[in-house]
Design a protein around this ligand. Structure first.
Ligand SMILES: [Zn+2]
Length: 260
């Protein structure tokens, strides 16, 4: 069984792709079993952000994702936040990563760190960055780390209409539920999910007219603050590294993309 899994990882052709799939930008399949035609690279240099682990070449996305991130970094700057650290987006043709998370396949997902680029990181630090854990062992946020700046960044990130949902650790959702005053509409899109202790994961909706893009089920109404408590009842987080999962079955159009 283990060797089969290993084989599946070794035979993942997606990380080795070096050219974009030509044609209009088109996310194909689902977030966890898909690929991306017509990807765009996030510009590597900006005073407003830095790209983490550039050696992994995971900073491509649908143009909507690039535009969204550009808006977010400028809104963050205008709100007085320090420059952002942008983690994984998608690979040049999308598809499954060889390691790490399962989604990020169709160019509509991006990870943003709670830690800011202040001071700016050196190239070496960008290649092997130190994450800043926002959650303590008692499943509460670390108040020194998770400050108003992080809460503001999440509010800015969730407020754009093209955002489908944002994943954060349940302790972070709970802290936002306790702290947020006034408009709580944006809290609805903040969804609890284990992991996501040092970064949050933004997922955009399928773009209008993207017929090959598989949407996720809509999120329930309400701010989701009642249900977050249930995350602390059951088994808590798996701390060991998850086993690599076999490659998902991808749509035929994705497989055709690989030949070119
Ligand atoms: Zn992610």
């Amino acid at each position: 069984m283990y060797s089969l899994l290993l084989l599946a990882v070794l035979s993942n052709p997606w990380p080795a792709q070096t050219t974009r799939a030509p044609g209009v930008a088109d996310p194909i399949g689902s977030y966890s079993a898909g690929c991306l035609q017509g990807s765009v690279a996030m510009p590597a240099h900006s005073p407003d952000y830095q790209l983490l682990r550039p050696q992994n070449r995971r900073h491509y996305g649908h143009p909507n994702l690039i535009r969204y991130l550009q808006h977010l970094v400028s809104a963050a700057r205008k709100a007085g936040l320090p420059p952002l650290l942008i983690g994984d987006m998608a690979m040049i043709k999308g598809g499954p990563f060889s390691s790490g998370h399962r989604s990020h396949q169709s160019g509509l997902d991006a990870d943003l760190w709670f830690r800011f680029a202040q001071p700016r990181l050196s190239n070496k630090q960008l290649q092997q960055p130190q994450a800043l854990d926002m959650v303590a062992a008692n499943n509460r946020v670390v108040s020194k780390a998770f400050s108003r700046q992080q809460a503001l960044l999440l509010q800015l990130a969730a407020s754009a209409p093209e955002v489908d949902r944002i994943f954060v650790h349940p302790a972070i959702k709970q802290a936002l539920c306790e702290q947020s005053r006034g408009d709580r509409q944006w809290l609805r899109k903040i969804r609890p999910w284990f992991g996501h202790r040092a970064h949050f994961h933004v997922r955009l909706r399928c773009p209008a007219g993207a017929l090959a893009c598989t949407p996720q089920k809509p999120i329930p109404w309400g701010d989701g603050c009642q249900e977050v408590a249930s995350w602390f009842d059951g088994p808590t987080e798996v701390t060991s590294h998850p086993k690599p999962s076999p490659l998902p079955a991808l749509p035929a159009r994705c497989m055709q993309m690989l030949g070119h």
